[in-house]
Ligand binder design. Sequence first.
Ligand SMILES: C[S@@+](CC[C@H](N)C(=O)[O-])C[C@H]1O[C@@H](n2cnc3c(N)ncnc32)[C@H](O)[C@@H]1O
Length: 217
Amino acid sequence: MLVTWMRRVYERIGRKTGIGYWEKRAKRYGARSVLNIGHTGEEMAALTERQKEILFPLLAGQLRGDERVIVDFGCGPGRFTPSLSELVRGSAIGVDPIQRLLDLAPCANGVEYRRVESGRIPVADGSADVIWVCLVLGTITEEDALGAAAAEIRRVLHPDGLLFVVENTARKPDLPHFRFRTVDAYLSLFPWAQLDVVGGYEDLGERISVLAGRRGS
Ligand SMILES: C[S@@+](CC[C@H](N)C(=O)[O-])C[C@H]1O[C@@H](n2cnc3c(N)ncnc32)[C@H](O)[C@@H]1O
């Protein structure tokens, strides 16, 4: 009885946060599940390199040089996590709710992966110098779950820490498991972060915008 009730509660949470969808998608596509499925598995390495070439200089341009801990929020199979630890010359913590994706993530010095459970980022308050969020928020379809994720990001980020957000801002109709939000929607999601648009690129004809800013008090 209790087990059935617990399962129902978790299923309801899973549906609401899209976690159930991500579990199925990761099972079906593996590491490739984190890409626009219009990309083939063979394109994955080249696409990741292209994203690093565009995004890492933008991130480096925002760093002050004293950052040591970076959190890769929604890291999936850790496409960026080891390189992020190198970029800050410190440590990176990749966090994601999908264990199947975390299990695919590459081990490296200064890198660890932790599972997000019940929406909680398993990182202490104010302990991240930088939070990197790459193509995650559009996958959170429910506005209350999105607000909860933003609140968790704020909790974990150092009071003076840097938030770096990469999201799809194409003007397209939403999909059942994806929200095409505007730059303004992301700016207003983090009113405490003094975000600016610092760059962008096109992927399969869709605009990907890059926003960065410090938390401030
Ligand atoms: C499009 S993938 C991007 C993964 C990775 N950032 C990358 O660029 O390779 C979206 C990721 O967000 C994760 N995710 C979905 N909902 C989440 C949530 N509420 N909190 C944290 N991560 C979430 C998914 O499990 C998935 O790994």
